[in-house]
Each structure stands twice: as structure tokens, then as C-alpha cells.
Ligand binder design. Structure first.
Ligand SMILES: [Zn+2]
Ligand SMILES: [Zn+2]
Length: 355
């Protein structure tokens, strides 16, 4: 019988279809296999003329469509139901290597660590643009419509994504109910259960989530509680680089160098506002690092007030999805996902994979 599992953060139900029981190793979708043309040159092999940021030979370029001036005027309007925000948003590409290497799995830990530092530097600058609300860092590897040159992207927007809004709402509700961060609890539970852990380092866990939507979906979660990637990662850049490289190598070697995407899920920007002070993160030391344990203050109304509790109830993390399956009509239409291999089997398969 299939098993229904619920994501503890947003409450989404996933169907683990154990009857279909495809064995790990027998799930490659040939449509999404990357093209093997990586020794060819591409546009990103050419040194950019006007990078907005460099760290050694790592270059960041801004897309021409970006609203490039911090604080630049944006126009917005509402026409009945339909709200519009024009001329806002920034897209930057982080060119991770001058040479044409395609997979981040093949970069050194030292270089990946510098790439992480680059993200932080860009976040520090982008956050100064008060028009912007939320920024995502993401990577698409091996998808045929994108260049096969190691690069990642920073997308900063005037609005928060539906995905992060759902997570924030779920995490806030969990904190209201339990007076604890749901992700801190998840880390603690995964360490106890062990069976969904792919790899762990001093500062991070890589797990197949209990209610995985996709084959070999992996979350990389910091043990230390912090809502914001750019602040939480400081001092842990090298450890994130280490676990990310191990995970990417396991995907490369264990899943036939499949295409994948990852995204860093971090809280929206919260700029200091004297009229709406942020709550302090309680400093209770749990077995697995700092964990919020205080109670919520009374919630004010309004958008800024709505985000006052993020520091205690949200916890940044990475989500990585190998492109092994395409969404079927059922998933698109119903919002239910069907995962054909139990998460515990997927984790065991990757855990045992040599790198
Ligand atoms: Zn190239
Ligand atoms: Zn937490």
C-alpha cells in the first residue's frame, strides 16, 4: 500500500509509492541527461568586461534586464485584482571558474568556499537596495537550455516567492504550537533516526526529507539556528563547501551525472525599523547548537510586523533536486507528489556510494 507522509513545515502531503518500488540505480530519465559537450567553449568562457564583483577569478555579472541602480524608482499599481510592480529586480550570474568546467562537483572545496563567500558579499550589497524584498541563490546544472559552464545565479525580487511564504507561515505556526523552530527539531530528529542522513559534517546535515517530493531530493540544513543565509553562514563557508561537494559527487557518481538544481532558501530581508523591533533569539544551548526556546511576543499587524518572528521561527537551508523525474499531470493538478522510492532507501543508497 502507498504511504502518505506529511511535510512538517508546510503540511504538504506526499505519496510514497512503495508498490512501484523502483530500485535505486534504475531511475535515470534519458530526456534530462546532460549533453556530453563540456569540452566546448561557451559565452561564459570569455572574461566579462564589466563584472559587478570579483573574488580572485570568480566573477559576478549582472543581467541587462536588471534594475541596476540601488534604490532606483520602481513603478507599481493596482488595477482591481491585479497588482503590478514594474522595473524592479536583479539577476546576477556568478561565474565560478574561468575555465570551462561544468559541474560544481568537480571544483575544489576551497573554490566552492570562495563561491559561498561571493554569495554573501552580493547579499550584503543587494540588501542595501530597499526596493528588494527577497533574494534567492540557485543553480541549474546539466539542463540542456542552460550553458554548461559552472555558474550559479542570484535573483533578488521586490516580492517574496510563494514557496518561501509557505515555509515562513508553516514555520511560524509550528513555533506558535511548540515554542521551537521546526527545522531545529527536524535536525534533532534526523540525527536520532539516522536513516535519512546522506552525510553529516561538523556544521551541516544532508538528508533526504521524510516527505520527499522528488527522487533523491536532498536538504542541506545547518545545525546552528539562523534565519538568514548571509549571516548564518559566516564562519561556516568551508564546511558548507565540504558537504556540498560530497553531496554533488555522490549525485555525479551514484546517479549517472544527472542534471540537478539547488536553491538556498533564506528569509526575506528585514530592515531595521525602530517602530517594530525584532525579537531577540533566545540563547538556549541545545545538544545540537543554539535553539530558540522563548515565547512569541504579541504579533503586530502589517507586512513588517508579520516578519518580526522570522529570527526565531525560520531556519535557512539548501534544497537540491536531481532532475530524474518530470512532474506528471497528477502532481501539477493536485499538488500531491508521488515519490517512487522510500526516502530511507534513497539515503542508504547515496550514503554507501563511494566518492
Ligand atoms: Zn564555458
Ligand atoms: Zn532552527
Amino acid at each position: 500500500m502507498p504511504e502518505f507522509r506529511q511535510d512538517p513545515v508546510i503540511g504538504r502531503w506526499v505519496i510514497i509509492s512503495v508498490e512501484r518500488a523502483r530500485r535505486p540505480g534504475n531511475f535515470i530519465d534519458p530526456v534530462n541527461r546532460r549533453r556530453r559537450d563540456d569540452d566546448q567553449e561557451c559565452d561564459l568562457c570569455v572574461k566579462p568586461d564589466n563584472p559587478v564583483y570579483t573574488l580572485g577569478d570568480i566573477c559576478v555579472v549582472r543581467s541587462r534586464q536588471s534594475s541596476s541602480t540601488p534604490g532606483q524608482q520602481t513603478s507599481s499599481g493596482q488595477n482591481g485584482l491585479y497588482e503590478v510592480i514594474k522595473d524592479a529586480g536583479i539577476h546576477e550570474t556568478v561565474i565560478e571558474m574561468p575555465e570551462h568546467v561544468s559541474n560544481m562537483a568537480d571544483l575544489s572545496v576551497g573554490r566552492i568556499s570562495k563561491i559561498v563567500q561571493t554569495y554573501v558579499a552580493r547579499f550584503d550589497e543587494i540588501e542595501q537596495n530597499t526596493r528588494l524584498t527577497h533574494a534567492l541563490i540557485y543553480k541549474n546544472y546539466g539542463l540542456s537550455q542552460f550553458a554548461h559552464h559552472a555558474c550559479s545565479h542570484i535573483m533578488a525580487m521586490p516580492v517574496a516567492s510563494l514557496e518561501i511564504t509557505e515555509k515562513l507561515s508553516g514555520a511560524r505556526q509550528y513555533f506558535k504550537d511548540h515554542k521551537r523552530c521546526v527545522y531545529c527539531d527536524l535536525v534533532e530528529r534526523e540525527i536520532r533516526d539516522k536513516k535519512r542522513i546522506v552525510v553529516e559534517t561538523d556544521d551541516f546535515l544532508a538528508v533526504i526529507p521524510f516527505a520527499a517530493r522528488f527522487l533523491f531530493e536532498i536538504w542541506i540544513i545547518p545545525r546552528k539556528h539562523h534565519a538568514d543565509f548571509a549571516q548564518g553562514i559566516r564562519g561556516h563557508e568551508e564546511d558548507l563547501a565540504k558537504i556540498l561537494k560530497i553531496v554533488l559527487q555522490k549525485i555525479k557518481n551514484g546517479l549517472d551525472d544527472t542534471a540537478y538544481s539547488w536553491v538556498i532558501q533564506t528569509a526575506p530581508f528585514r530592515r531595521q525599523d525602530a517602530s517594530s523591533p525584532r525579537p531577540e533569539v533566545p540563547r538556549g544551548e541545545g545538544a545540537f547548537g543554539q535553539r530558540p526556546g522563548g515565547s512569541l511576543r504579541e504579533e503586530p499587524v502589517g507586512a513588517r510586523g508579520k516578519w518580526r518572528t522570522i529570527d526565531v521561527d525560520y531556519h535557512w537551508h539548501m534544497e537540491l533536486i536531481p532532475r530524474l523525474t518530470r512532474m506528471a499531470g497528477f502532481e501539477k493538478g493536485s499538488g500531491f507528489y508521488i515519490c517512487a522510492i522510500p526516502p530511507e532507501e534513497m539515503a542508504e543508497y547515496l550514503r554507501d556510494k563511494e566518492i
